[in-house]
Design a protein around this ligand. Structure first.
Ligand code: DMJ
Length: 583
């Protein structure tokens, strides 16, 4: 009897649950959505305050010098210190280049502060000069200053950004052009590979080092290409392209590159490389140059390079270094800079791989409170001299890309955790300080300009992407936005106005959709039918198998499936496919 009664009771409960469950679930979902929406607004305001705490302290204690020293409330002129400060070549009155202000320009626009943006533009127009006897690092000056000016010029000329058009007469572009001309002297080498260092006033200096890095000469094309398109002077793009082509021609038969090279002899000095320091933005610029300029040449280079990375550097979600000649692993190290890679993978459409690597980086962040500069994977310990965290943006950057591609609220939680750590460990009265040692959280007196150009910007966009809606930007490696314009793009027809590049247009769209295919591939949809066949769309996530006949010995020889974007694996019979393994 008891049993009978309880069965009836259970059935009633099941029936009742079935009746109310749709309402229950829909209200639970909308409850979740509104909680996420509220959190995003709350966090956006927290990031806004973070940005202004860093910016206002810079303006009070360091401007017009380059960067703020937040502990002593003093400054550093790091543009010429990026590397070795050559004091004897600095004039007495050299007082910096307002680097942090230049780096903040696009962030001010994204935060909607057009009046401060306007004041900054006016100040820079009236005061900034590059006719100074300063030895600068080409790569750093390109990504920070040239990129900052070019991007801000584009934002300033966009009437929707609310800048009083009366005050803007291309001053930032004129400054960028002047700087670009000074850069050109660095490219005067037998190989076309640029020197890492150039003097802004005098050009190449006597006995200048001929050593540079792969990223140093392979990540100039976005800024210098844009400068050429804006000014009509083709020399900037031509120089950057020539260097990139030369660099690519120096790859090994495995499609791997080293980390350092000689710009005069064109020989490699360091054959080991990975996806971190000295190489990172080289990969980034291949894919982003393809997105920005639509040249197949960039895509072809990128695809081969990406495949080689996945094949020789990847170990599960981790990436080690390998010798470009043999493909054999050299250093098993996780570095903070590598954390940009999942963001790049989102652009390619390789979202599952991006997600798994990102999770590992976040675990490391959670373990230490921030990301240490270098962790020795094989010895499971921090690198003895690289325990620092200089407020780097890479994890926040990848978090933004993954959230845009998946809309998974977990990434909002990650962003919240990053913001909370930054506030807890690095915020001081005079700004935000770098961490010298993540085991003690001892601080260092430096607020790098990329904290304003990138870290704050990516976090802000994570919580409020209104700047990106119905727009189509790529971000340079320093976080400066450049719009994808049909007149710069070899592929986009003018009638096609793509929506935001990282955006899954509809929340219902599958998570595997490639952010890049949404941007590049839809252009093909508008192409007229060829004969009776509708022209197909090549998936951007597709990485072909190593062998054309799909034979393989290991999983690493298999690529990424073009329709599902899933990693293919090697079957027992030795064929690549989407095999299901039952463990
Ligand atoms: C930035 O200056 C750029 O992102 C660069 O490519 C490498 N990383 C730093 C910030 O960590």
């Amino acid at each position: 009897m008891l049993l009978h009664d309880s069965r009836i009771g259970l059935r009633r409960w099941v029936l009742l649950f079935l009746v109310i469950s749709p309402t229950f679930f829909s209200s639970a979902i909308s409850g979740d959505e509104s909680r996420v929406a509220a959190k995003k607004i709350f966090m956006r305001e927290k990031v806004r305050k973070m940005f202004y705490h860093a910016y206002n302290n810079y303006m009070t204690y360091a401007f017009p010098h380059d960067e703020l020293k937040p502990l002593t409330k003093t400054f550093t002129d790091s543009l010429s210190e990026l590397g070795n400060l050559n004091l004897e070549h600095l004039p007495q009155n050299y007082n910096g280049s307002a680097l942090t202000l230049i780096e903040s320009l696009s962030s001010l626009v994204i935060l909607g502060n057009y009046s401060e943006f306007g004041r900054a533009v006016t100040w820079l127009s009236e005061n900034l000069t590059f006719d100074v006897d300063a030895r600068i690092h080409l790569f750093e000056c390109n990504i920070r200053v040239l990129g900052g000016l070019v991007s801000a010029h584009i934002l300033a000329t966009d009437p929707t950004n609310g800048l009083d058009q009366g005050i803007y007469k291309n001053q930032l572009l004129n400054l960028a052009e002047d700087l670009g001309r000074r850069f050109l002297r660095a490219f005067d080498t037998p190989t076309g590979l640029p020197y890492a260092w150039v003097n802004l006033k005098h050009g190449l200096m006597e006995n200048e080092t001929t050593e540079t890095s792969t990223s140093g000469c392979g990540s100039l094309i976005l800024e210098m290409g844009s400068l050429s398109r804006l000014t009509g002077d083709p020399r900037f793009e031509a120089a950057a392209l020539r260097a990139l082509r030369k660099l690519w021609s120096m790859r090994s038969p495995l499609n791997l590159l080293g980390t350092t090279l000689d710009v005069v002899t064109g020989e490699w000095l360091e054959h080991s490389s990975g996806i971190g320091a000295g190489v990172d933005s080289f990969y980034e610029y291949l894919i982003k140059a393809h997105i920005l300029f639509g040249k197949d040449e960039f895509w072809d280079m990128f695809q081969s390079a990406y495949l080689a990375v996945q094949k020789y550097f990847r170990h599960g979600p981790w990436y080690h270094e390998a010798d470009m000649r043999t493909g054999k692993a050299t250093y098993w190290q996780l570095t903070s800079l590598q954390a940009f890679w999942p963001g790049l993978q989102v652009l390619v459409g390789d979202i599952a791989a991006a997600n798994s690597s990102h999770r590992e980086f976040f675990h490391v962040w959670e373990r230490f409170g921030v990301l240490p500069e270098r962790y020795l994977l094989d010895r499971e310990m921090l690198h003895p001299t690289e325990k620092y965290y200089p407020l780097r943006p890479e994890l926040a950057e990848s978090t933004l890309y993954l959230y845009q591609a998946t809309k998974d609220p977990w990434y909002i939680e990650v962003g919240e955790s990053i913001v909370n750590s930054l506030s807890l460990y690095t915020k001081v009265e005079g700004g935000f300080a770098s961490i010298k040692d993540v085991t003690t959280m001892q601080l260092e007196d430096h607020q790098h300009s990329f904290f304003l150009a990138e870290t704050c910007k990516y976090l802000y966009l994570l919580f409020d992407d209104s700047f990106l809606v119905n727009k189509n930007f790529i971000f340079t490696t320093e976080g400066h936005p450049l719009p994808v314009r049909s007149d710069w793009h070899e592929k986009l027809p003018e009638i096609y106005t793509p929506t935001n590049w990282t955006y899954i247009k509809s929340e219902k769209q599958g998570k595997r959709a490639s952010a890049m295919s949404l941007q590049i591939c839809p252009a093909d949809i508008l192409m007229p039918r060829r004969g009776n066949a509708v022209h197909g769309i090549e998936s951007a996530c597709h990485v072909p198998d190593s062998c054309a006949d799909h034979r393989c010995m290991t999983d690493d020889e298999c690529g990424i499936d073009s329709t599902t974007c899933r990693q293919r694996s090697c079957s027992i019979a030795g064929y690549c496919g989407l095999w299901l393994f039952i463990i």
